[in-house]
Design a protein around this ligand. Structure first.
Ligand code: ATP
Ligand code: MG
Length: 714
């Protein structure tokens, strides 16, 4: 018991020991919000709250895993539910599937499945895509779902032309999903929120069962998420949320800052706790982050102090181009490691977009520095993995049309696009799943005799596989690979593409199945495995235990911390993103994104930009991010590249003379070999040196003239 409140400040302890009644913990980064959530769970358990009465909702699986581990240290072996909103809803929906028109074994469409479904719905709705692209239609529908707008309401409301196109597609898309016994990601929240709204009994039942709901990072909830936690906290209003409005970075996905700002209005008798001491970062890092975020107008100022010792200045660094940036960051990491007080796992490199990591991967690999790219979804997007998963999906849910379309002719069985099109039309006309249409192929006049035979053969294989559905996952997968001669097929197509090891990903998927069987000896259903795979998020591939440099997007970095942080490409058009510049609110969200990046750092932080960057092979001059001009340069170390360009002289006047300028030191260490037995699987994707674009070679020719003055040129 003591251990739970011992290492807490008075304010943290106050929040931890508040059990009944609504609780709002509003505080800046690194102030212990997440720590309070874990300690509070442990405290409640010690005070006799039953574990199944508690649910802690997070935004990433990674955050949930970490929470589970921490709670387990304080209160071992208690089955408290911790996980993401999507997973929570997915599990609840299994129980109440029939109430929203689904069956218990419903499938979760991933982004690319949803895309195919959307295309089919657009075609079926007969709308023209001249003025709005399928992406625009999809995102209008997604926005509607996140705001709990039904197809009927959207049809009544739609004003904008693109919305009215979307409004016509929306009901068709929903109908097709239901027919396929499937949901997309947004549906998980949407269906569950509507279920709660429309069924007072279910709502009351869950409210009574889950008496203590906690939400970390509440500032990023959207309306659907808000409605869900609110509905479950009416009779037992013990909702506890933590958040930092300055770290709200999911507005583009419908997150609504008002959910946190209005919490006190929603729950008038709320206990509000503010935490003001930062335990994560040095004062230098905090000061820079604070100065930046002050430029946001839509915010309530917050005090944040730290007793941590002073560290090194935050560095603002200019590079010639993206390649030099990558190279010198790799050198810097090597140098700091050589100095003896850092390991690869201490470093994180953040960027606005995943595409920016390519040259960094190359540079790190060149120096033998182990790294990991946090992009969990990627593995599951590989062709062979998607093929096998599609089989599993269809075995689990015979109505899964997207899966059917993917596997019916994979491996090749002579079933062409025309046949598939005819099956689809028949399915549409009869309102039956495509697999059902395949069973009735002989009723489809348009199909040739040969096509009917081929399709029937597929159905036979399918039925054989389905009989195995109750075997262990490993057995099922192995049987599937064998029955479909999948490896032969891969090897044949790989020879054409000169892919050296096509079966490796199949093995990796089988390993994932073995692991799943091991973790779920009793409850390991195919359903649960597919659900787990479908809900893998960006941050899931991130493994603390690996001693590697981490490369990730700023969005994925939320909630995490690292001793040493690089934020790269802090440049106009990237951060702030080009899309955000016309809209003040979006611009402020971009500023918060940089704020999140800086505040991940514990001891050391560098922000960088290049003079030019190559974008899809085009070398373009760069305008430094406007956010860089908002930083307290007097307290930072500003390092400009030794070479200069006319291009930047034009912006010299805007900046004061007093900057602390340090010329680039000569690089002393070119390469450091690091022992790493388990090389990251991601390196397979690296371009080899021979395909590095030309820019990589054109180093010295960039020198055009000496800098005019000692002023840095941003
Ligand atoms: P973010 O807003 O970035 O999610 P947070 O408010 O959730 O930050 P935590 O991650 O909980 O902050 O805490 C930041 C760091 O400070 C962690 O390493 C945590 O263990 C440490 N910490 C928090 N409170 C204390 C404390 N009272 N004593 C010692 N360490 C603490
Ligand atoms: Mg946190």
């Amino acid at each position: 018991m003591e251990a739970i409140t011992n290492n807490l400040t008075a304010a943290q302890a106050e929040a931890v020991t508040h059990i009944d009644g609504p609780l709002l913990i509003i505080a800046g980064p690194g102030s212990g919000k997440t720590r309070v959530v874990t300690h509070r769970i442990a405290h409640m358990l010690h005070r006799g709250v039953r574990p199944f009465q508690i649910a802690a909702l997070t935004f990433t699986n990674k955050a949930a895993d970490e929470m589970r581990m921490r709670v387990n240290l304080l209160a071992p072996g208690q089955p408290v539910w911790m996980g993401t909103f999507h997973r929570f809803c997915a599990q609840q929906l299994r129980r109440y599937a029939s109430m929203v028109g689904l069956q218990e074994n419903y499938s979760i469409y991933d982004t690319s499945d949803s895309k195919s479904a959307m295309k089919r719905a657009i075609a079926a709705a007969g709308v023209s895509t001249t003025h709005s692209t399928p992406e625009q239609i999809a995102s209008a529908i997604s926005r509607a779902k996140n705001r709990l707008i039904t197809p009927e309401i959207m049809q009544q409301q739609s004003g904008r032309a693109s919305d009215s196109v979307a409004a016509r597609v929306y009901p068709v898309y929903q109908q097709q999903l239901l027919l396929a016994n499937a949901v997309d990601f947004d549906d998980l929240l949407y269906h569950f929120a509507r279920l709660l709204r429309e069924n007072p009994e279910v709502r009351g039942e869950l409210d009574a069962k889950l008496k203590y709901i906690m939400v970390d990072e509440y500032q990023d909830t959207n309306l659907a998420q808000y409605a869900i936690v609110r509905a479950m906290s009416v009779d037992h209003p013990n909702l506890a949320v933590t958040g930092d409005p300055d770290q709200s970075i999911y507005g583009w996905r419908g997150a609504d800052l008002n959910n946190i700002l209005d919490f006190e209005k929603d729950y008038p008798n709320v206990k509000t706790v503010r935490l003001e001491q930062n335990y994560r970062s040095t004062p230098n890092i905090l000061a820079v982050a604070d100065q930046l975020i002050r430029h946001n107008r839509r915010r309530k100022p917050k005090e944040l102090f730290t007793e941590n010792p002073d560290g090194e200045n935050v560095i603002l660094r200019q590079y010639e181009d993206g390649y030099q940036e990558a190279d010198e960051i790799a050198d810097e990491i090597a140098t700091q490691m050589m100095a003896g007080n850092a390991e690869p796992r201490d470093f994180a490199i953040f960027c606005r977009m995943n595409a920016l990591t390519r040259s960094l991967e190359h540079a790190l690999r060149n120096r033998g520095l182990p790294y990991q790219i946090v992009n969990g979804v990627e593995f599951y997007q590989r062709k062979e993995v998607k093929d096998l998963l599609a089989y599993l999906h269809l075995i689990n849910n015979p109505s899964h049309d997207v899966a059917f379309q993917r596997v019916v002719n994979t491996p090749t069985r002579g079933i062409g696009a025309t046949t598939i099109g005819r099956l689809q039309r028949f399915a549409d006309s009869q309102r039956i799943p495509m697999l059902e249409a395949a069973r009735r192929a002989n009723e489809i006049d348009a199909l040739s005799k040969r096509a009917v035979t081929m399709v029937s053969k597929f159905v036979t294989i399918y039925d054989r596989l389905r009989k195995k559905a109750t075997a262990s996952l490993e057995d099922l997968l192995r049987y599937l690979v064998e029955e479909t001669h999948y490896i032969d097929f891969l090897e044949k197509s790989a020879m054409e593409k000169e892919d050296a090891n096509p079966a490796a990903n199949v093995d990796e998927l089988i390993s994932a199945a073995v692991e799943f069987d091991r973790m779920h000896p009793d409850d390991g259903s195919l359903d649960a495995f597919l659900e787990q795979v479908a809900l893998v998020a960006d941050t899931d591939a991130f493994e603390d235990s690996n001693n590697r440099v981490t490369l990730m997007t700023l969005h994925a970095a939320k909630g995490l911390e690292f001793p040493r942080v690089f934020v790269i490409a802090v440049e106009d058009g990237l951060l702030p993103h080009a899309r955000s510049k016309e809209n003040d609110q979006q611009l402020e969200e971009e500023r918060r994104l940089l704020f999140v990046g800086i505040t991940r750092a514990k001891q050391w932080c560098q922000l960088s930009y290049a003079k030019r960057r190559s974008v899809r092979g085009d070398v373009r001059p760069v305008i430094p991010s406007m956010f860089l001009s908002e930083l307290p340069r007097a307290d930072m170390t500003v390092i400009e590249s030794q070479r200069d360009y006319d291009f930047f002289d034009s912006v010299d006047e805007e900046y004061p003379d007093s900057w602390d300028i340090v010329q680039e030191p000569a690089t002393t260490i070119q390469s450091v070999a690091i022992e790493s037995n388990d090389a990251p699987s991601t390196v397979d994707r690296l371009p080899n040196a021979s395909v590095i674009p030309d820019l990589y070679m054109d180093e010295p020719s960039a020198v055009t003239k000496k800098p005019k003055s000692s002023k840095p040129s941003i």
